[in-house]
Design a protein around this ligand. Structure first.
Ligand code: ARG
Length: 592
């Protein structure tokens, strides 16, 4: 396997060497500031930044660097432009040689740069007895894309689904179910789409139990006793709890399968999983001197976390009644990720509104000595999904929007859009394509947005063959696949890069973009922002579309060598697009 450096790194190295040769040592270590350019292949902006710092003439500096660079045979031209930009154009042969190496490798030349890491990724985390709602979609899709990408880069990935399966609300649910066996969700039929029927019924149970809890003091008392029974491991209580949990988890699994995310039942470590360690966590924190007593509760204070009146805000580890909450459980997750999985990178893909919780969590774990300097802990925060009108997403009745309903809407829309584009599809084909297109569209809309930003869930906009959509990317993939099939049928094979050729501008642009794949994946691994990959794939698809409009491939008057080279470029584009879509969890289709 050949692991190839991106051309941009070679350009950067060449500019660095030129700097070392032409500049005094104290300036030679500056960042060369190499970028893709509209006027050449790359531009280096270092002369401008250095000149500003040293109050010297930027053009003079740029010219000195140019003179050093001009000897390189893989560089076709170096020009100084404007106030001191260095415009660098590579030779066509260098470009094609590099692509040929990528094309020969089944990893497209992408090195396993994360091989030393164990990434423990906590994502999705829906709550039992509640419908999986639109809020959990973001964490689920972003977490999955990160798991795929870090895994492809060689990290050992441990997926963790921190399902909310514990807490005082179970007292009221179990009590209600025992008192009203007719409310049993287990007798309800699955709804039409075959998904989440049991959880919908659980949702109804949740509302009924809540109503009784809030309205009937006697029921409230029985429910509270039921919590104690659950915590004490009472048999009947535990059995009912287990049924509720199992039924919910089945429904979650159906959604995961429908979405095509990697999470399985084996990845579930619910809150209840950590119960046995909570007391020990308190002891350990006490021993390390991290814990303080405050009005009967056991808490941790922080110098730099303060409320609106500058009062210290505590993290509540154990309540005065002895109960543990979310923070205690998460202290156990962090210790578990380190001790059991030997995680080197702990990633929590969770709603941005929990950022203070994670801030407190990581600080406490560092003070307790569990999180050491060689381990990175990150809250990969995600923003909110709004409704199509930009306001918080609610049903007309004001309730939370069910994820399953949104996916149904998307499917319906995809069916219309795909049928219109291709009226000849058989009903089965239409069904399969519409499914893949609707899931792809929902995922792409999510993953092309910076994860911290809020966005609007707008089915009409996300399912379209035009614009920056999943459908457009899948369609571009099918166009290239069909072109390659026709080439095979015509006996042209898959093509071959021909470094002796002179390239058209659209070929160069496509080639340079295809070469950026490694750098983009490296950036996603660093920032944990999958939208960098999503946006890159759109740039790649557009570069292909422009290329295909101006560079014929299969027309009879195209010289053999040119066709070979173009076919190789198409094939590499298809593999790159296909691999990139797979890392986002989006199906790369052969036909559409
Ligand atoms: N169940 C939580 C919620 O719905 C998300 C869990 C996130 N993971 C964690 N380790 N806290 O808000």
């Amino acid at each position: 396997m050949e692991r190839v450096r991106p051309l941009a790194s070679d350009v950067e190295a060449a500019v660095r060497a030129a700097m070392a040769a032409a500049l005094p040592p104290e300036h030679a270590a500056a960042d060369p500031l190499v970028r893709r350019s509209e006027h050449a292949d790359y531009q280096a902006n270092v002369a401008l930044s250095l000149a500003r710092r040293t109050e010297s003439n930027p053009r003079g500096l740029a010219e000195a660097l140019r003179d050093q660079l001009t000897g390189e045979d893989w560089i076709r031209a170096v020009e100084v432009s404007g106030p001191g930009f260095l415009n660098i154009t590579l030779s066509d042969a260098a470009l094609l040689d590099r692509l040929a190496v990528r094309a020969r490798d089944d990893r497209l030349g992408v090195p396993r740069s994360q091989a030393a890491e164990v990434a423990v990724i906590d994502y999705s985390g829906p709550n039992v007895a509640k419908e999986m709602h639109v809020g959990h979609l973001r964490s689920t899709l972003i977490g999955d894309a990160l798991a795929r990408t870090l895994g492809f880069l060689g990290a050992r990935v441990v997926r963790q689904n921190h399902v909310g399966d514990w807490g005082t609300q179970f007292g009221m649910l179990i009590q209600y179910l025992l008192e009203h066996p007719e409310a049993a969700w287990r007798d309800k039929e699955l709804d039409a789409s075959g998904t989440a029927g049991a959880v919908s019924a659980l949702d109804a149970l949740y509302r009924a139990a809540r109503g009784a809890f809030d309205g009937d003091p006697a029921f409230k008392e029985r429910a509270q006793r039921r919590v104690v029974a659950l915590q004490a491991g009472d048999e009947e209580t535990t059995a009912t709890w287990r049924e509720i949990v199992a039924e919910s988890e089945n429904a979650f699994q159906q959604i995961y399968e429908r979405l095509g995310v990697l999470l399985t039942q084996a990845d579930v470590r619910g809150e209840s999983f950590y119960n046995p360690w909570l007391q020990e966590i308190v002891h350990a924190l006490r021993e390390k001197g991290v814990l303080e007593d405050s009005e009967g509760a056991k808490v941790v204070f922080f110098d730099d976390i303060r409320g609106p009146e500058d009062e210290p805000v505590p993290m509540l580890v154990q309540k005065s009644d002895g109960g543990f909450g979310y923070p205690a459980t998460d202290l156990a997750t962090i210790r578990h990720s380190i001790r059991t999985f030997h995680g080197t990178r702990l990633v929590y893909v969770v709603d941005a509104r929990q950022s203070q919780h994670f801030d407190m969590l990581f600080k406490t774990a560092r003070r307790a000595g569990w999180l050491t300097d060689d381990i990175q802990a990150v809250h990969a925060a995600n923003g909110t999904i709004n409704g199509p009108d930009g306001t918080p997403f609610k049903t007309r009745a004001g309730g939370t929007v069910r994820l399953a309903d949104l996916l149904d809407d998307a499917l319906e829309r995809a069916r219309e859009v795909v049928a219109e584009k291709d009226p000849d599809l058989s009903p089965e084909e239409l069904d399969a394509v519409a499914r893949a297109a609707s899931i792809g569209a929902v995922k792409y809309a999510e993953l092309s947005t910076s994860r911290t930003r809020d966005y609007s869930f707008d089915v009409a906009r996300m399912i379209s063959f035009n614009g920056q959509t999943g459908v457009y990317l899948q369609y571009t993939h099918t166009r290239i696949a069909s072109l390659l099939r026709r080439a095979e049928e015509a006996g042209h094979g898959r093509g071959r890069f021909r470094p002796a050729l002179t390239l058209d501008p659209a070929e160069r642009a496509l080639a340079l973009t295809a070469d950026e794949f490694t750098a983009v994946l490296t950036a996603v691994a660093r920032t944990l922002e999958p939208h960098q990959l999503a946006n890159y794939l759109y740039t790649l698809a557009k570069a292909f579309t422009t290329f295909y409009e101006s560079c014929p491939v299969l027309k009879t008057d195209v010289p053999t060598e040119v066709r070979d080279n173009r076919l190789a470029l198409c094939d590499l584009t298809r593999s790159t697009l296909g691999q990139g879509l797979e890392l986002l969890g989006i199906a790369a289709l052969e036909r559409m």
